[in-house]
Every structure is written in structure tokens, then in C-alpha cells.
Design a protein around this ligand. Structure first.
Ligand code: PLP
Length: 469
């Protein structure tokens, strides 16, 4: 099995014709894809998605040899029926966090026992659907949720499998909005009591004692009180997204293992499963590197093995929930260039503003998180010098930027095709209809050519939603 190149920002099938300057994906030129499906266009190299999913699953299995492992694909990164089928064929489960995601995964034919439900504010409808379909896990996010899930399970005459999401206090992630394990945010239940002070040594007796008296242990006791209706599967931790630092995952694993031990000490119950969530980084621009999964998994495995051995407890089932790492580098977006405008900056500098036919409605990440992207002229070669450019969308916001600082040929002009790599995650799933733009199609590319995976929205779609007379 080939190891994905962790510095590459284009799908493995993408190449450049040196004579014409035309980019292509597995033999389909970007121009042909744009002509067939229109722009803006998300393109997903589904062969890469399958390869990356298989690689992740196998790497986790190798790192945790002799232990059961589960890897769920986080559907929030990008979900369609086709993607749900591809990742489950590679041995993954699917993590959902809304009715829409659940329905898409189920419509794809994914069995409930390969599905996970998340959410900090789940509706009764979502909980009911998950229990009816025997979801593998419902991840509880707050102490009272156990009562609600137990009541619905009781009514349905079923026993729901639940995990508890714990906030381990590790601050990691590419941006505040995608850091999820520090205390002042909405997800999970705190590991430590309020006013716990500085944590110096997570292996100390003092830390163990604080964990044993913390909100997470109390919530776990409550879950066990519902054992007629709830099967307590274990502990969940997701510390954030786009995390480059493997040490943050090790720190989270250590803390979760202390919690498992502390709960065993107070209750005699050994949590059967630990889920360490997702968050593995990818490269967005040349020079970035993405998370080396093999190395990180080896380190996490060692940490968990050492802890279990010290405590004399069996290793738990280990699970992960990568989203971005599986799909982001498998996708890119094609745009047509419209207006090209030069602005003069202080100090005699100039910048060329290149407007494209999409923008923040199909890629909100630059505006939301200041995320960096690059862009490449994809339809022709150019011998012109490069100029400092900014690729901007067509929306009524000056923050509508897709690539903030990028070098593009000075002769870039209306009608050219621009390609923006690494848009396979949190692009289509975060897309909006701002300015009543139509959400773009997603085309899939594989060794057999291309096809539409998700169709483009139409003006009729917009008008059909607007039902008042
Ligand atoms: C609970 C949970 N699991 C997994 C993920 C996937 O994260 P990523 O796409 O960074 O791997 C997220 C993303 O926010 C999440 O909230």
C-alpha cells in the first residue's frame, strides 16, 4: 500500500502538461471538467479518497497490533452517498453530527452499527433515529443527555451504546474556532474540577485524585446508573482540527487513560473503548507538511500500551475519527477568472485582484479562520512574469478572499481557469447560498473518467424554497 506524500497539495492523479500548461486529473483536463460540469466546480479524486481511507485504517491496525481498532470518517468534512460507500468499503465507520448527515449515510446503505452520532445539542429525532438503527455509538456531550437517551432507548425497547465526550484540557488546533478541548468552549464534559490549578504532571497522584473527583467521573457514574437502557462503551476526546503537533494527541491520550484508571479505581468499571477523535493536519500550500499518521499512531499506541501495562488493565478498543486528512488533499476547486484589477499599495507596490466566479459561499475557511490557500493557472502555460495577486470571490464582502497572497502570471485574464487545491474538506459542507449564489456541483474523478457526485444547485432550487406568495 502506497504511503501518501504528506507534502503534496494535489491529488496523486493530477499532473501538468509541460507543453500546453494544461493541468489534468487521471487524463481528464481541468478544462474539460469545467466545460462538462461548469464552474465553480469542486472535484474529488475518489481514488485518492479510497487510498487515504485504506491507508489510515491499516496504519491504525498496524500501530495497535492485537487490539481492536475502529476508524470513523468524520462526515462533517465532506459527505455524500458515494463518499460514505467508498470509506466504508475501506473499513471505516462514519461519524455523523446531524439529521442530514445521518440520513445521507443511511441512504448510502451504511449499516447503523457502523455509524456514530455526535452533537452538543442533539434533537430527540436524531437520538431516536440513532437508536432505531442501532448506531455503534451515541457520544454524550453533557451530563443530562444520558437521561434523555436512556428514556428514548427505554421507549424503543432498545439499549443504546453511548460514549462520554470529555474535555481533556489540551489546547490545540489551527484556530480558536477549531480547538475543542480547552475549558472555555461548548463541547464535552470537563476532566478536572473547577479551579484545579496548573497541571504539572499527569502521572502524579495529585492529578489522578483531581480526575477521580472531576465532572467526567461523576457523569460516568450517572451513565452506569442507566445500565438497563444504556451500554457504556467508553470515553471520547476530540481536541481540535488541523493539528500539526503530535504531542497534543499524546497529551490527550495520557489524560484519557488516567480517567479510565480513575474511574476503575472508584467504580471497578473498565471503560472498554477510547476514541481519540480526529484533527490530523494536512498541507494547504507548498512547503506545508501534513501529519505523519504512521509516526503519530505509533506514539499514541506506545503511550496507551505503557499506561495499560502500568495499571495492569487490558488495552481498550481504540478508535479515531479523521475527516480532513482523508478528503482535503483529494479535492480541489475550479473557477473561471472574471475581472482582473490592479491596485497600487504604499511604497510603489502593486497587487492584482483576480475575481473568480465563486468565493466565500463555496470556501468560507479563509474568511472564518484566516485559512491559507494557493491558486494555479490551470488551462494554459504562460511565459509572463509572475505578479503578487489576491484571488477574490464575487460576493459583496471585502473579506471574500480565496487566496490572500499568491503569485500568478501577469497576463492572467478573463476566461482563464484557476484551480485551488486542498478544498476537499470543509468546502462543500460549509458552503452557503450567500448572495443567493448556487452551491457548486461536485464532480468525481477516478480511473474510469469523471461523473457528477452532487449536482449544482439551480435557481429553481432557490425559488422552490421561497414559498410565500
Ligand atoms: C467530534 C469530531 N470528530 C472528528 C472531527 C474531524 O476533525 P478533522 O476533520 O480535523 O479530522 C471533528 C471536527 O471538528 C469533530 O468535531
Amino acid at each position: 500500500m502506497a504511503t501518501p506524500d504528506i507534502t503534496r497539495i494535489w491529488p496523486s492523479g493530477v499532473s501538468l502538461d509541460k507543453h500546453t500548461g494544461a493541468m489534468n486529473d487521471r487524463g481528464e483536463t481541468f478544462e474539460k471538467l469545467a466545460a462538462l460540469y461548469g464552474t465553480p466546480l469542486y472535484v474529488m479524486d475518489v481514488r485518492d479518497v479510497a487510498d487515504r481511507a485504506r491507508y489510515f485504517v491499516q496504519t491504525v491496525r498496524d500501530a495497535f497490533s492485537n487490539v481492536t481498532t475502529h476508524v470513523s470518517f468524520a462526515g462533517k468534512a465532506f459527505l455524500s452517498k458515494e463518499i460514505a460507500r467508498i470509506v466504508t468499503e475501506q473499513g471505516m465507520y462514519v461519524d455523523t453530527c446531524s439529521l442530514g448527515e445521518m440520513k445521507i449515510a443511511l441512504a448510502a446503505g451504511v449499516l447503523g452499527r457502523r455509524l456514530v452520532l455526535h452533537g452538543n445539542n442533539k434533537s430527540d429525532e436524531e437520538i431516536r433515529l440513532a437508536i432505531e438503527h442501532d448506531f455503534d455509538k451515541i457520544v454524550l456531550d453533557e451530563p443530562h443527555e444520558a437521561d434523555r437517551v436512556a428514556a428514548i432507548a427505554h421507549e424503543l425497547g432498545k439499549r443504546a451504546r453511548v460514549m462520554l465526550r470529555v474535555t481533556v484540557g489540551v489546547h490545540a488546533g489551527g484556530h480558536e474556532y477549531i480547538s475543542t478541548a480547552h475549558e472555555d468552549q461548548k463541547f464535552g464534559i470537563a476532566l478536572l474540577p473547577p479551579d484545579h490549578g496548573e497541571i504539572e504532571d499527569v502521572q502524579s497522584a495529585q492529578f489522578f485524585d483531581q480526575v477521580a473527583h472531576g465532572p467526567a467521573v461523576a457523569a460516568m457514574h450517572e451513565i452506569l446508573e442507566h445500565s438497563e437502557d444504556l451500554e457504556f462503551v467508553g470515553i471520547h476526546s476530540h481536541i481540535g482540527s488541523q493539528i500539526h503537533d503530535a504531542d497534543a494527541f499524546i497529551a490527550a491520550a495520557e489524560r484519557v487513560m488516567v480517567l479510565r484508571r480513575a474511574f476503575y479505581a472508584t467504580d471497578g468499571f473498565v471503560a472498554p473503548e477510547i476514541d481519540l477523535g480526529g484533527g490530523y493536519s494536512v498541507a494547504y500550500v507548498e512547503g506545508d507538511a501534513s501529519m505523519d499518521i504512521a509516526d503519530t499512531m505509533q506514539r499514541i499506541a506506545q503511550t496507551m500500551k505503557d499506561d495499560s501495562a502500568r495499571a495492569g488493565l487490558p488495552l481498550p478498543v481504540i478508535s479515531f475519527e479523521p475527516g480532513r486528512w482523508i478528503v482535503a488533499p483529494a479535492g480541489y476547486t475550479l473557477y473561471h477568472v472574471g475581472t482582473v484589477k490592479t491596485v497600487h499599495l504604499d511604497g510603489g507596490k502593486r497587487r492584482v485582484y483576480v475575481s473568480i466566479d465563486g468565493g466565500m459561499s463555496d470556501n468560507i475557511r479563509p474568511a472564518l479562520y484566516g485559512a491559507a490557500y494557493t491558486a494555479t493557472l490551470a488551462n494554459r502555460s504562460s511565459s509572463a512574469e509572475t505578479v503578487l495577486a489576491r484571488v477574490v470571490g464575487s460576493h459583496c464582502e471585502s473579506g471574500d478572499i480565496v487566496a490572500r497572497d499568491v503569485q500568478l502570471p501577469a497576463d492572467i485574464r478573463r476566461g482563464d481557469l484557476l484551480a485551488v487545491p486542498v478544498t476537499g474538506a470543509y468546502g462543500r459542507t460549509m458552503a452557503s447560498n450567500y448572495n443567493q449564489f448556487l452551491r457548486p456541483a461536485v464532480a468525481a474523478v477516478d480511473d474510469n473518467g469523471s461523473h457528477v457526485m452532487i449536482r449544482r444547485e439551480t435557481v429553481d432550487d432557490l425559488l422552490q424554497l421561497d414559498v410565500s406568495e
